[in-house]
Structures are given as structure tokens and as C-alpha cells.
Design a protein around this ligand. Structure first.
Ligand code: ACO
Length: 382
């Protein structure tokens, strides 16, 4: 055991195959089911990308109508889910609201808990559960933000598609096209990224033949951390600390002296550039132009160039998405729940892929504790 090579953080370890997405750090590219993600973001509604991740193909016209119809049927925030969120203190992080809500949805799905041996469910049941979570999460995320602001939930609007309705349920006003389009693209960019920490968590849970809801709840927990999804929130905290572009240098001096991690920079897989950043940066630029906020552009550019100069580390997707969500009007604490609403499509695609060719995920460890010893007076059985 002592001679085993330890791969700390599983860095560089290939644990399984996947047909859902391909991350190519060498060419800075990311494909969902073979399609370049910038092309999907430029042309598709998020509903089509959800269908693509689950089924492997973009929907036909009638399939898109079907997914949109089902999504509308399950949009309404349910009373039982709302009550479960209301039990939590207002000071709870909205990621806790979302995690609790998904757990309650799972507990209320009686088909899921009849018998532990049946928990995994059929492919059809799991597709249906995936679809429902996809449809229900916007209402949950919108309510999590509204509750913190002391506002009531807003009923969905049947005349609006996914992205426009999500913004409607959050703000109670009809968003302008430029904002709907920006939001739609951000959802597509966040939807899937191979064996990242939260997706891997979902696959580990699935590999024990647990149910889809348990796997999604675990994935939400993994996403919350600032080294993963929580970084988009953390970027805005950093922007708030710095204040304006002229303070970047001094702030960075202190942060680097204190060995702080600068959130929104660096990536385990991409060592040069994150393939998703150029598309999200364009989204941010459009919002900056729309809302006339050159101050954000200056701070963004100065921090990026100073940090690159000093540490040679590039931004990841969370760097442009943090200020973009801020400009759209979301509270900073809502940013990671937005990531959940998008990534639930990728997680559930991976859960179904894991179920289809399962092997229990159970790695080894190299023991470094004390050697065998014996309790005084105990009979020693070799
Ligand atoms: N700020 C400061 N230093 C950094 C950063 C950063 N953001 N990222 C990497 N480094 C440094 C480390 O301090 C380390 O330096 P050292 O070798 O002198 O000790 C070196 O670069 C390697 O970093 P690791 O953390 O060991 O690399 P790893 O591959 O494990 O890290 C990670 C990837 C966790 C994402 C890291 O870059 C990080 O913490 N970034 C900030 C958090 C973040 O933005 N997360 C979002 C990830 S993307 C996503 O979830 C959409």
C-alpha cells in the first residue's frame, strides 16, 4: 500500500468514459455531444441544449415544443417546496434553500422511495425527474432571492420561454431582449463540463445505486464551495472589496502577500485559457454597454491584466459571469444557485449515463497513520 502513487485531488486521473461533453485544454475547446459550445450559445435556446445533453441530439421542432410544454407544466413553485424553504432562516445561504428544496422534491416523489432496491428508477422515470428539476429550479432560485428581499413569489408566465420566464419570476418585470439573450447564453455555458467536482460527486452517489435526487443534492453541496461554483459569488465580493480600477494594484499586493486565492482565476484542467470565457466576456461587454457601466469594464480589465502579469493565471467562467449576473440585477448570493439551475441538466445527463453502465466508484487510499498496535489487556488475535 505504501508504494502506491497518490494522485492528490485525482489530478490527471481518467476515471471513466463519457459521451456528454469533451473538454480539450490544448485547443481551448468544449463540445457538448460534439457541438462547439460557442455555436450552441449563439444559436440555441437553453431548452434545446438541455434536450441535447439528455438525448444526444438537438431537438426537432416538435421535440422543442414538447420540452417547452412540459417545462411550462412544472414551473409553478409548489406550496410544499415553498414551505420547506420558509422553514430556513432568512440568513441561510440561498444554496441551502436550493439544496433543501431539491431534497424535499425527492422526498415527495413517492416512486423514488418505495424500496431502497428500486431507488435508482427506470431511464424513463429519471428522464422525467430530470425534466421536472430543470423546470422547477427557476421558481426555487427566484423565490430564494425574493424571500431574502422580503418579496412574495411571482407566478410564472405561460407566454414566456425558459430564460424570459426565469427573469420574470425573479424580478416581476419583463426583461429586455438583450438581457434575456445574455441570460440564455450564460445558462448554456454553465450547463456541462465533464467530470468537474459536482458532477463527479453526482456520479459517485449514483454509483451506489442511490436515487437521482440524492445525487443532485450531493452535487449542489459540492458546487457551493468557492473553489468550484461558489467562485462566481466570490468574484463580486472581490470587486466590492477593491471598489474601482485604481485600487487594483494595492489590493492585489496585499492579497498576494497574504497568499489569498483570487476567485474567478485558474482552473484544474485549463492551464492556459478557459474555453467558455470569450463567449461569456462578450455577454458581459454587451451588458456593460447596455447598462452604461464602463467602471465595471475598467475594474474587470485591470484586475485580469495585473493578475496575469504577476501570476500568469487566466480567468475562468466565473470571472465574467459574476459581474454579468450583477448587471442583470441578481443579488450576489443568487449567482451560484443560477449555476445550479443550469448545471442540473449536465448533472442529470451524467447520472443517467452512470446508471446505464454502472461500476461502484471506490478508490483506494495510502494509509499514513500509526502502525498496528494493541489495546492494553486485549487478547491479540493475529
Ligand atoms: N489565485 C491565486 N493563486 C492561484 C489561483 C488563484 N485563483 N489559482 C491557482 N493558483 C496558484 C496556486 O496558489 C498554486 O500556486 P503554488 O504552486 O505556488 O502553490 C498554483 O497556482 C496551482 O494551483 P492549485 O490550486 O494547486 O491548482 P488546482 O488545479 O488545484 O486549482 C482551482 C484549480 C481550485 C480552480 C484554483 O485555480 C483556484 O482555487 N481558483 C480560484 C477559485 C475559482 O475560481 N474556482 C472556479 C473554478 S471554475 C468553475 O467552477 C466554473
Amino acid at each position: 500500500m505504501g508504494s502506491l502513487e497518490v494522485k492528490k485531488g485525482l489530478a490527471g486521473v481518467v476515471v471513466d468514459e463519457t459521451a456528454i461533453s469533451k473538454v480539450e485544454p490544448e485547443t481551448n475547446s468544449l463540445l457538448y455531444r460534439g457541438y462547439p459550445v460557442p455555436e450552441l450559445a449563439a444559436t440555441q435556446p437553453f431548452e434545446s441544449v438541455a434536450h441535447l445533453l439528455w438525448h444526444g441530439e438537438l431537438p426537432t421542432e416538435s421535440e422543442l415544443i414538447d420540452i417547452r410544454t412540459t417545462e411550462r407544466q412544472h414551473r409553478q413553485l409548489r406550496d410544499d417546496v415553498r414551505s420547506s424553504i420558509d422553514v430556513l432562516p432568512i440568513s441561510a445561504h440561498p444554496m441551502d434553500d436550493v439544496r433543501t428544496a431539491v431534497s424535499v422534491i425527492g422526498g415527495m416523489d413517492t416512486a423514488a422511495d418505495a424500496n431502497v432496491m428500486d431507488a435508482v428508477g427506470s431511464p424513463e422515470e429519471n428522464l422525467h425527474r430530470s425534466m421536472r428539476l430543470f423546470a422547477e429550479l427557476p421558481g426555487i432560485v427566484a423565490y430564494a432571492q425574493r424571500r431574502r428581499r422580503g418579496q412574495c413569489p411571482i407566478d410564472p408566465r405561460d407566454d414566456l420561454d425558459y430564460a424570459a420566464n426565469f427573469l420574470w419570476m425573479t424580478f416581476g418585470t419583463e426583461a429586455e431582449d438583450v438581457v434575456v439573450d445574455a441570460f440564455n447564453r450564460s445558462m448554456i455555458l454553465y450547463a456541462e463540463h465533464s467530470f468537474n467536482a459536482s458532477t463527479f460527486t453526482a456520479r459517485v452517489i449514483t454509483s451506489t445505486l442511490s436515487d437521482l435526487y440524492s445525487a443532485v443534492v450531493g452535487a449542489i453541496g459540492a458546487l457551493k464551495g468557492p473553489l468550484h461554483g461558489g467562485a462566481n459569488e466570490a468574484v463580486l465580493h472581490i470587486f466590492d472589496e477593491i471598489g474601482s480600477a485604481q485600487h487594483v494594484r494595492g489590493w492585489l499586493d496585499t492579497a498576494l502577500e497574504e497568499n489569498r486565492k483570487i476567485m474567478g482565476f485558474g482552473h484544474r484542467v485549463y492551464k492556459r485559457r478557459d474555453s467558455r470565457v470569450p463567449t461569456m466576456k462578450r455577454v458581459l461587454d454587451e451588458l456593460i454597454e447596455h447598462y452604461q457601466r464602463p467602471d465595471i469594464a475598467h475594474l474587470y480589465d485591470r484586475l485580469q491584466s495585473e493578475f496575469l502579469l504577476r501570476k500568469g493565471i487566466h480567468p475562468n467562467l466565473d470571472y465574467p459571469s459574476g459581474p454579468a449576473y450583477h448587471l442583470m440585477g441578481f443579488d450576489t448570493l443568487t449567482f451560484t444557485p443560477l449555476f445550479v439551475a443550469s448545471r442540473v441538466t449536465g448533472w442529470t445527463a451524467h447520472i443517467m449515463e452512470q446508471q446505464a453502465a454502472n461500476a461502484l466508484i471506490r478508490p483506494l487510499s495510502a494509509y499514513v497513520g500509526v502502525e498496528e498496535r494493541h489495546v492494553p489487556g486485549a487478547a491479540h488475535t493475529p
